[in-house]
Design a protein around this ligand. Sequence first.
Ligand code: GLA
Length: 699
Amino acid sequence: MTRTVRLNGIAFGGDYNPEQWPREVWQEDVRLMQKAGVNFITVSVFSWPLLEPEEGRFDFGWLDEVIELLHSAGIAVDLATATATPPAWLIRKHPEVLPVTADGVRLAFGSRQAYCFSSPVFRAYALKLTRAMAERYGNHPAVRLWHVSNEYGDHVARCWCDASGMHFRGWLKSKYSSIEALNEAWGTSCWGQHYLDFEAIEPPRTATGPINSTQRLDFERFSSDAMLELFTAEVQVLREVTPELPVTTNFMSILHELDYFKFADAEDIVTDDAYPDPADPRSHVDAALNYALMRGAKGGAPWLLLEQSASAVSWREVNVPKAPGVMRLDSYQAMAHGADGIMYFQWRAAKFGPEKFHAAILGHRGERSRTFAECSVLGAELAGLAAVKGSRVVAQVAMLCDWDSNWALAAPDSLPTDRLPWIKAARAWHRATFGLGATVDLVRAGADLTSYKVLLLPNLYLVQPELAAQLEAFAAAGGTVVVGPFSGVVDANDHMHDGGAPGPLRPLLGVEVDEVWPLPDGTAGEILLAGEPRGVHTITEWIDAVDARIVARYSGGELDGRAAVTVREHGAGSAWYLSAALAEDGMSVLMAEILDEAGVARRPLPASAEAGDAVELVVRRGPDSSFSFVLNRGTDHVPVDLPSSATVLVGGSAASTVPPRGVLVVQHDHADAVVLAAEPGAATDFSTPLSTPTAEVTP
Ligand code: GLA
């Protein structure tokens, strides 16, 4: 059953915490929400203590009033199940619900999300509240989306308490069935770790030395699954009581601790909380990678930006505000990348508590605050963009993300180098593609790859044979596979592949890795790429190109003259292997060659823009037309040639340039190429048809 968020147009609004304000303010809030163009509001995220002030006694009166007030103003509601933070009375009665660290310290009440996700006690109470919420509000016409809990994994993503231990043992029993199978998978013959029965197994608490790496990997898998189990338990109750209402839980962009692909499968629509750092001039580049996951998690479906800040946040060491125009640019960037809603944390800036310095739509100066003015302008613009809704981002490049592999790669004290978290390699590769003007989707192993020309695997440490077969089929059909260093090293049990890396990828890549040569911190190596020396860092490898063409060789150092980058034809496609982490310039040169050879459509770099990062062009395709988003973060005007069929939705109908911090959104025929001028005749041809988009969010 497809459940969609019934909303007219693009969702616009944010988190609202009316319980922090006297009733008189509520009327004023709703009046100003209407003024700002708000049509969707999240409520009751942290309201459990008010909704159930004592065990079993529910007080919905105040929330009834709030929802009615919003409804009468035509504002729809994203209703939280309010289970994100247990009330003090519950903790007092059941202190065992509190999470425990790896060192055995039980965390105290005094902040939020103070519970162990494996606790059966917490789950029972949470489900009771969820059911009560569903029964109370499930039929209210204002309620359009269930918001389960809040940011799973925020603050507490792992718990080592006894309830977790018991849950972990149950998870292991159903995975392995016999203790012999576990002993084999965990390689317990190493360091005398053999177990006689499951009861002897504990979560990997702080130990004398490095912990059995498969035990640790299984604990990562288990913890993500345990949180997912809690989520799906709530979802089940909601489905039972309100089968028509869609369900979500808000993601935290790319979170190492949770397998968001599995979470996305359990929800109806993906929602994200995105907080690019305004102090980092390239944070929008990494934000694009986060958004690549949001659409990739559900096969390209549109998603909602459920939280962003109208300006500064309050939880970094230094919280820099967003300069005028930046929030608008960030919002359009999310939309360009598939968001059908732009929401904020939060509606009204807090008067007290840890987030009183966090910006909001309505700042402390109320209607006169800059954020209110900027958000209102955006709200009015978004009201005219309903046509964009449901369209899907056009991307010809995919990057593979695999939580199993990422967790396995995060084993402290047992790898050639600890400096290789997946996200670092993923961001470096994505920065190269972004700078070259190509849009990337982040996809899971086994995803449908037919619409992509290039598949990037910046680092896939753990590789299973099925994936190797999928990659071979992709390349055989004409696709280009690009694999980075330290890939195909271990199997699903974190055991080395026979014959060494790249394991099952060896036939595809035609290389063999003899030894990993990590570089000490602060040092660099060099390769010769098209005759030019290019820097490498963090990792290099001694490889043999047994059945591949050498594209670049190491220059200097112990690996001097040896193969560094290789390519092998495979069927109608090809497979590249990069045995080192390339510095940015070299990565960009190499990636340009790979993308161009594969025929990837990419935005021509406008001659006038300072750097590739400054200008972004993303295309969304709907059933009848396409939408091009041009975002200019640079200081130069970016000239544009609009296609003849173009209708300018944002940016002024006579637009011939996109000004600094400006946005251009045009609607045009599928057949029309989008042209960023400056290079006469240079066009980005996105006219290759995609499969018909299915709207996740209906008009
Ligand atoms: C997260 C939470 C919100 C709020 C914001 C502040 O996204 O979900 O409750 O704390 O951070 O940035």
